[in-house]
Design a protein around this ligand. Structure first.
Ligand code: SF4
Length: 342
């Protein structure tokens, strides 16, 4: 199918009642994952969505066309694990053929990434967010339930060799990976990567979050300063998404901290999420969702109806930190990360 490039509109049209403008959309292409990470996977087992219930790639492309027309400039594809779904490379390619200027990114656990990096580069993907909480093989198996660390480190080497820009995201787990802080710092010292620690968020039931395994960004930063001389970056460099970044003296990479629990960034939040089953989620911490799949599949409804939902829901986008203050029993939201896409 020949894809003609669709021009970008002048202005963003999704704004909320807090004066925030939405220009970033995260789309989960599947809730399925080949890992069973302890902070994401429900200890009582979980059901994945039926194939008929998740958005088709054609439906995702229609949503992307509309989103771009409404001012979305950056799109991140997430999962579960996006490579757990067949045809992902083709979807990425179609997106950039239709929207050549789009800032299209991918978040992956990299266990299925090997051998695909060159294809990603050829499509026009320049940034990869890779989730990795440990460089220790036994601990990787303990955290994820799978012995697949070598798949990840091999894929990272491949991506670095091919010049892909990488952000390495580690969930900060006190008592589990805090002893590896020097290892992560050395990795950033030796490689042109952003290593970012993300505070553990209590998402979903049985999420194993406790005050004991919560490791606050300020504490990680303080500990990091005992392992490296961290340099303050120039204003333009200091931020990467919600992460606060620091240089490492004599190093190639940067160290970053994402602190949704202890130092929120909700006032500058510019994102919406669409789950793999076609629900619009205006805030990670809010379980209030808006069904888009039914509209997409309704013969009597059009993309104008979807546009109205995006506009109206966008207006009601909450300030997540306020929901955090109402957190009950160590759970902010009922839905799990694999079903939201992080
Ligand atoms: S908690 Fe909600 S409002 Fe705050 S940054 Fe995350 S998505 Fe945005």
């Amino acid at each position: 199918m020949n894809q003609t490039a669709i021009p970008f509109p002048a202005a963003a049209s999704i704004g909320d009642s807090h004066g925030r403008c939405v220009n970033y959309l995260r789309i989960s292409v599947t809730d399925r994952c080949n890992l069973r990470c302890m902070y994401c996977w429900n200890s009582e087992g979980m059901q994945f969505l039926q194939h008929a219930d998740i958005l088709t790639y054609e439906e995702i492309l229609r949503l992307v066309d509309l989103a771009v027309d409404m001012g979305i400039r950056k799109i991140r594809l997430t999962g579960g694990e996006p490579f757990a779904r067949k045809g992902l490379l083709h979807l990425l390619e179609q997106m950039l053929l239709r929207h050549p200027g789009l800032d299209l990114r991918l978040t992956t656990n990299a266990t299925l990434l090997s051998g695909k990096v060159q294809a990603l580069k050829d499509i026009g993907i320049s940034w990869l967010n890779i989730s990795l909480d440990t460089f220790n093989r036994q601990k990787f198996q303990h955290i994820t339930g799978r012995d697949m660390l070598r798949n990840v480190t091999g894929a990272i080497d491949e991506a670095l060799d091919l010049g892909m820009k990488i952000k390495l995201n580690a969930v900060a787990l006190k008592g589990i990976n805090d002893d590896e802080l020097p290892v992560f710092i050395n990795f950033a010292r030796r490689n042109p990567v952003d290593v970012r620690f993300i505070e553990f968020m209590p998402m979903g039931h049985c999420n194993r979050w406790t005050q004991d395994n919560f490791w606050a960004a300020e504490d990680i930063l303080a500990a990091a300063r005992s392992h490296a001389v961290l340099t303050t970056l120039g204003p333009g460099e200091r931020k990467s998404g919600p992460a606060r970044l620091y240089g490492i003296e004599g190093g190639m990479g940067r160290l970053g901290f994402i602190s949704p629990m202890s130092n929120h960034f909700c006032n500058s939040c510019n994102r919406l999420r669409i789950t793999s089953d076609g629900k619009l989620r205006t805030c990670l911490f809010s379980d209030k969702e808006y069904g888009l799949r039914q509209i997409l599949r309704h013969p009597g409804l059009s993309m104008q109806h979807v546009r109205r939902v995006l506009e109206n829901a966008g207006k009601r986008k909450p300030l997540g930190y306020k929901l955090l203050q109402e957190m009950r029993e160590h759970t902010i939201a009922d839905k799990r990360m694999n079903a939201i896409g992080g």
